[in-house]
Design a protein around this ligand. Structure first.
Ligand code: F3S
Length: 379
């Protein structure tokens, strides 16, 4: 793999031990994936920072870092709302450890914006190279924006933040972004069904990039839900929607074809004690819609997740939602926070939450539309 003289010096330790180790991670990855060189990235998003996931060894590693980020760096949701963790039922010990993680990330210069929708804060342009790590953010960046990022692990994203580089392989190379299989969707989908479609199709497409042919034009939020569902059951970093996503007409049509005639709603339980909305984190437009649906007080716990950035921009909308008794949490989500574990049956409108809540928190999950979720909370 070709390295510039500056990269060689970084690898020899001229910029300190942390940068040396970061360069070592990137070069090792580059060798595994046959990258020809390193390229510069415009921004980084670091995931895997909930204390629930990384525990004490993760804290110690983050606190040992001694360098500053070279490019704008945001962070994925943590295990709690950093101001309202008590309200969520998070223990003091967990909160203390979670704050140590966030302080270590702040010390290296990462912005304390804890969200899986970094594109609402730092919107990349088509063709930008990134090193993002949250699967739903990665698939959105590649597919809906046309930026280029592999799905980074926590350590490789941090290595990219501290060097401003990533190895050139995978999604950074145009040919690897071509679709492999057409998915003909013979249904007119409602918004929440994009999420269910992603959840259902993810496993079937495996690591092949799908080119969806849809009846009707999905909104950006629909594609956010579709991508999050696909990336949770499948793990692919990209999809195309014919005539909608930016690169959908740049490649030859694949020969392989799948047809979707119907969607099944996999109900895990009937009577939810928590309704959780906001996987991925909600946009301002989605929050506005919820505030309009909430026309009376909620009778069940309704937790809504968004970024602090979005929340702070629409205080009136948030006030109206919270007047109903629902809570709008930031910095965290229903999957990465241990706070949801005390419930039995959770209702969601997200294919990704449907995939992960049973696996990670042992919860049963009911799936419905946004409207059905809000209605259930007010019942
Ligand atoms: Fe985001 Fe949490 Fe869902 S990180 S995509 S809200 S699992």
């Amino acid at each position: 793999m070709y390295l510039t003289s500056d990269e060689e010096r970084a690898l020899e330790g001229e910029y300190g031990e942390t940068v040396r180790k970061s360069m070592e991670i990137l070069v090792a990855l580059g060798k595994i994936y046959s990258a020809d060189r390193l390229i510069e990235v415009e921004s980084v998003q670091i995931s895997g920072i909930s204390y629930r996931n990384i525990g004490d060894p993760g804290i110690e590693w983050l606190e040992s870092l001694n360098a500053r980020v070279r490019v704008p760096t945001l962070i994925n949701p943590a295990g709690m709302d950093i101001h309202r963790w008590q309200d969520m039922g998070i223990t003091e010990e967990f909160a203390r450890k979670q704050m140590r993680i966030l302080n270590a990330l702040k010390k290296i210069g990462a912005k304390p914006e804890l969200t899986c929708t970094p594109y609402y804060i730092l919107k990349p342009s088509k063709g930008d190279h990134l090193a993002w790590s949250e699967s739903s953010a990665v698939i959105y960046a590649n597919s809906v924006i046309g930026a280029r990022t592999n799905r980074e692990g926590g350590p490789s994203a941090i290595a990219s933040a501290l060097t401003g580089k990533t190895p050139r392989y995978g999604m950074h190379i145009r040919e690897n972004r071509a679709p492999d299989v057409i998915v003909d969707v013979n249904l007119k989908l409602k918004s929440h069904e994009y999420s269910l479609l992603g959840y259902m199709i993810g496993e079937e497409v495996g690591d092949r990039i799908p080119l969806f042919i849809m009846k009707g034009r999905p909104s950006e939020e629909d594609m956010k839900s579709l991508g999050a569902g696909l990336a949770s059951t499948g793990g692919i970093p990209m999809f195309h929607v014919k005539d909608v996503t930016p690169e959908s007409n740049e490649f030859d049509m694949p020969k392989e074809r799948m047809v979707v005639e119907n969607l099944e709603n996999p109900q895990g339980c009937e009577d939810p004690d928590l309704i959780a909305i906001g996987c991925p984190h909600l946009s301002g437009r989605e929050l506005k819609k919820i505030s309009n649906l909430l026309n009376r007080k909620v009778k069940k716990e309704l937790w809504i997740f968004t970024s602090r950035y979005v929340r702070n921009r629409i205080p009136e909308v948030i006030r109206k939602i919270e007047m109903s008794g629902a809570r709008v949490y930031t910095d965290t989500c229903m999957v990465v926070s241990p706070a949801t574990e005390r419930f039995g049956c959770v209702m969601v409108n997200s294919g990704k939450a449907l995939c992960y809540l049973p696996k990670l928190s042992g919860l049963r999950v009911k799936f419905g539309s946004l409207e059905e979720c809000v209605e259930e909370a007010m019942k």
